[in-house]
Design a binder for this molecule. Structure first.
Ligand SMILES: Cc1cc2nc3c(=O)[nH]c(=O)nc-3n(C[C@H](O)[C@H](O)[C@H](O)COP(=O)(O)OP(=O)(O)OC[C@H]3O[C@@H](n4cnc5c(N)ncnc54)[C@H](O)[C@@H]3O)c2cc1C
Length: 302
């Protein structure tokens, strides 16, 4: 770490924005520090100032406005997991939050940090995408709002300008009778996801899938919704065969977006199995004996 590095803590949003306006190109924003401190220690980041925004009250609020949820960027994953508003409006984000790191990590790691790091494996991102999250960015003189899908540009790249702070995220509540977040990794805890998947779904009175949202992470340059899978399944009566076929659509789309790599044969099968496993509860009569075992067969063999 650079010995000349200067640490400043902003007490208010205006103070932080003013600081960034004057020092943007030399400043790294610090929230929980769980990504930033690793980058600094490994010498991957060159900057003169660290601006700590973690105590700014404006960035720590969670509130519902009609069917929308406003989440301050410095809300931690432990706070998200415990929030009644999150549980009510966007419960899939609660599931995702509970899988992040360990309790110690969740107590400090923030949603804004996860979004601003823009890792392909960021676990909150698929859950935010199925809720049409928008990212609110502020600089001293302007505010703009981008759909998360436009904010994420590629692996660890996003549309934030140096003088901007992510102030909050706005999520669209979505009444879904079924929601789930699933993650595949080498261990249960403290693991970078090799695949993650968020799903929201409703069935109609005839048992058909009436609407569905699917977002995949870790397997593509940035987490994305997969409309091809959504279109494939909507209007259909759930069946095991249908879900395996949908899994095939998902893995083909994944390969189309990321190209073939040494890990592709594993990821193709894992993505297919992960979708089937996730959608399983939508079946009226799960399961032929081998089905559950096959759908579980998504653990990393390496
Ligand atoms: C042991 C360990 C386990 C982990 N496990 C997981 C996991 O399971 N899943 C997962 O997704 N991640 C995991 N992570 C990564 C990390 O914890 C998350 O990405 C976390 O959400 C980052 O948030 P933070 O508040 O710590 O961000 P910081 O480290 O403070 O910042 C991260 C980046 O975002 C920028 N930034 C932060 N806040 C703002 C803001 N408001 N405006 C603009 N820029 C901002 C910073 O400048 C920096 O570039 C893990 C990390 C560790 C060390």
């Amino acid at each position: 770490m650079d010995d000349d590095l200067r640490y400043s803590r902003a007490e208010t949003l205006d103070e932080a924005l003013d600081f960034l306006w004057r020092n943007a190109s030399e400043t790294a924003v610090l929230a929980g520090g769980t990504d930033l401190l690793v980058e600094l220690r490994e010498g991957n980041l060159r900057c003169r100032h660290i601006l700590d925004v973690s105590c700014i009250p404006d960035l720590k609020s969670v509130h519902a406005s009609g069917t929308e949820l406003h989440l301050g960027s410095c809300v931690t994953f432990s706070e998200i997991a415990a929030s009644p508003e999150v549980q009510h409006l966007v419960p899939v984000l609660k599931l995702a939050s509970r899988t992040i790191g360990s309790l110690q990590i969740r107590n400090v790691a923030t949603i804004g940090g996860n979004v601003a790091t823009s890792s392909p494996a960021g676990d909150s991102l698929p859950a935010l995408l199925v809720h049409d999250a928008r990212v609110v960015l502020r600089s001293l003189h302007a505010q703009r709002t981008l759909p998360l899908d436009d904010f994420l540009l590629g692996p660890y790249e996003n549309a934030r300008r140096p003088q901007e702070l992510v102030t909050h995220l706005v999520l669209q509540g979505y009444q879904a009778t079924f929601h789930d977040f699933q993650k595949v990794g080498r261990r249960r805890e403290l693991v970078v996801a090799r695949l993650n998947l968020a799903v929201l779904a409703n069935k109609d009175d005839n048992g058909r899938i009436a609407d569905l949202r699917v977002a995949l992470g870790s397997a593509t340059p940035r987490p994305v919704r997969i409309p091809e899978v959504e279109r494939f399944l909507v209007g259909e009566v759930p069946s095991e065969r249908l879900f395996w076929e949908a899994g095939g659509v998902l893995s083909r789309k994944m390969v189309e977006m990321s190209g073939r790599r040494p890990s592709t044969p594993y990821k193709e099968r894992a993505a297919q199995g992960l979708l089937v496993r996730t959608l399983c509860p939508l079946l009226d009569h799960p399961s032929s004996p081998g089905f559950g075992a096959l759908a579980q067969e998504v653990n990393d063999p390496s």
